[in-house]
Every structure is written in C-alpha cells, then in structure tokens.
Design a binder for this molecule. Sequence first.
Ligand SMILES: C[S@@+](CC[C@H](N)C(=O)[O-])C[C@H]1O[C@@H](n2cnc3c(N)ncnc32)[C@H](O)[C@@H]1O
Length: 186
Amino acid sequence: MVNQSVSLRDIKTRSQLPALAASLGIASYVEVGVWRGYFFQKMLAGVILATAVDPWDAALLGPALNIQSPQSLQDRYYQNMLDLTKRNTGVTVLRMTSLQAAKALKGMRFDLVYIDANHTFRAVSEDLRAWAPLVAPGRYLAGHDYTSQNGFGVKNAVDEFQAETGWRFHRTQEQAMSSWFLEKPQ
Ligand SMILES: C[S@@+](CC[C@H](N)C(=O)[O-])C[C@H]1O[C@@H](n2cnc3c(N)ncnc32)[C@H](O)[C@@H]1O
C-alpha cells in the first residue's frame, strides 16, 4: 500500500513511481527489462496485476546495456521472480524478449508499460511501437534512462515517437537516468 499522493506534473524521481501508480489508479503494470526485480518489487506496492518481462539471458546484457554478468546470476534472478509468483498471485513472469512478449500479449490492454530493456535507439524504437497498442486509451507508456549518454538511444527514440504520435510527454527530474512517460490519448 502507498499512502502518499503524487501527480504526473509534480513527479521528481523514479522512487515516487509506486505512489504515482497508486494515485493514477494503475491496476495493470508491465515492466519490460526486470533484471534483479528490485524496481518491479517496489512497483508492486502501487499496482494490482504486474507482469515481468525479461529473457534473463547474459548474452543480451552486454551489447544492449554495457553490463557484464554471468548466466548463473540471470538464472537466479529468474528463479527469484518465480518464487515471487508463489507469494503474490497478481504477478506473472514471462521469460522472453520484449518483442516476443508484446506478441504473446497481443489484444490485452495495460495501464502502464515501463520499458527498461535494450537501450539502443533501434531497440527502444521497436519496443515503443510494439507496446503502444497494448496501452489502454488514456493510460501510459513509460521507461527508464531518458538520455543520449553512455551510447544509449532512449531519448532520441522516445522524442521521435512522441513527435510522430503527439502523445503527451512527462519526465522525472533526475540529472541522469530519468524516467519518461507518454500519455496515450483517450
Ligand atoms: C537495466 S536492466 C533492468 C532494470 C530494472 N528495470 C530495474 O530498474 O531494476 C535491463 C534488463 O533488460 C533485459 N533485456 C535486455 N534485452 C532485452 C530484450 N530484448 N527484451 C526484454 N528485456 C531485455 C536484460 O536482461 C536486463 O535484465
């Protein structure tokens, strides 16, 4: 449960997202790129149904994110998420890539899809277009690392998608690694 009330206009940091989700009445949440599940578990405080999407494949960490981490650790993170489904019946875990999951969930509508997977321009562009149809009207597509630094293409991909669609844009105010939000029209 989250008690504090936050609006999209006032949000300053990603740590306020569980409170924002509760304020916006976010019932269904998808996190694309979950890794250790740290942020996903924080978000559980503000939502009812939560879907975790990640291939937990060490080979996909390096090129996309500049992270080196062994496969044994990815397997453990996945197992931790499976354990979480036993304690929380609102949690679903999909061990697949972003595009595979968007295809598998075709036809469903979510209140908030948070993209934090492969951070290259091409991958973020594809993720935005794959997940946009799965966002309910008037609800939110969002993600992490709104930047062009560190070789990330997140900012450029989000800006291009926003210019094409006209979806209203918001962001958190951290210097680095801010979160972005796009509001789908009704
Ligand atoms: C930065 S981490 C996610 C961190 C997490 N959202 C958090 O805030 O705690 C990025 C994750 O994206 C995953 N990933 C990489 N390529 C992916 C893809 N094509 N589809 C989905 N997830 C992917 C990686 O396995 C990694 O776990």
